[in-house]
Write a protein that binds this ligand. Sequence first.
Ligand code: CO8
Length: 377
Amino acid sequence: MQAQYPPVVISGTGLYRPPYVITNAELVDAFNAYADQQNAQHAEAIASGERAAVPHSSVEFIEKASGIKQRYVIEKAGVLDPARMYPRFTPRGDGELSLMAEIAVDAARQALAQAGRTGADVDAVLCASANMQRAYPAMAVEIQQALGAGGYGFDMNVACSSATFALEQAFNAVRTGSARCVLVVNPEITSAHLEWRDRDCHFIFGDVCTALLVERADTAVSADAWEILGTQLATQFSSNIRNNFGFMNRAEDRDPDARDLTFYQEGRKVFKEVVPMAAAHIEAHLARLGLEPTQVRRYWLHQANQGMNQLVIKKLVGADAGSDVAPLILDEYANTASAGSIIAFQHHRADLQAGDTGVICSFGAGYSIGSVVVRKR
Ligand code: CO8
């Protein structure tokens, strides 16, 4: 006999949006200045065929290939300095709140306020992100302390699917009774682990942090509660999106001039392989819950590429579905790794009515796909 679990809701969400915008035009100007500098510096090697010239980037390409128009970043001047092309962060002492924890606390406080809760109500914190600022102590434990939360906290990383995978952990912890109120935070400081000098990927990411509060429906006091009807996670190994940066690097005696080991991908392969996987995953999850894709009022999809989302939706509900069915936020935020589908949920749920069903779905490195089916209470 299947166990009967109490209903569980997402009772609040929060969003930390960094203070600086980088438009595509600004980004391309900085990249092209860097390319010109490199090409001037290596003119002889380029002329002799020993080295390839760095080609220019273009706003038209970025917008056509991805749909991204701008991104938010925590620090802008360092990224746009052609001699640097990394954000410039001031190191903090061990006694100070770390940057990742700071943006997570900001988003978390908004989620708590929306849910009518305080930090003291939280008894589990999951910090789920594509990259952690450090290995330990866990970011989640620092965030737990900063919020005055009890219970336990841990970090988890499933790249772009970190938030949906964490939602399943939160859902299970609450419905089985191992926690009463779980905070999920997704601080994504992508600007610090993006190779801004690589034309193929320099436009893809933006910084942000999202937060979600998960608790039992019968004790929730939120006026905007979303019952979790079910979660479904899937992974399938692929090397098409990788970040090989890690503690082993310094022991590997690599070429110091080789490309940065952080994010790189075979974007076109990812596009082709992930679209059918994501559509089939969502369809199977909905079927398990006795639902047809056309019965879903809104899809809050992972925000990596406009064309990918259009194809996923076309496979699910037909050609005519527009932004009302699957809203895009990547034009404004770019790809924010695990936070993308949660930002879409944050900005595009207020118009739904009680009883409306929606799907939060992420897809990305691993490959990993996570879907969470919710219904407005
Ligand atoms: N400007 C001008 N031309 C360019 C540029 C540029 N910036 N970049 C590439 N080109 C050129 C290429 O050189 C190529 O030229 P040619 O045809 O002569 O060889 C041409 O444009 C076409 O290049 P692509 O085939 O690469 O272009 P696509 O049409 O495939 O578009 C995209 C590239 C936008 C990257 C697209 O493939 C895409 O979005 N794919 C899906 C990717 C995806 O979803 N990835 C998930 C990543 S996120 C994740 O899961 C983990 C993230 C962890 C966080 C990391 C934070 C840093």
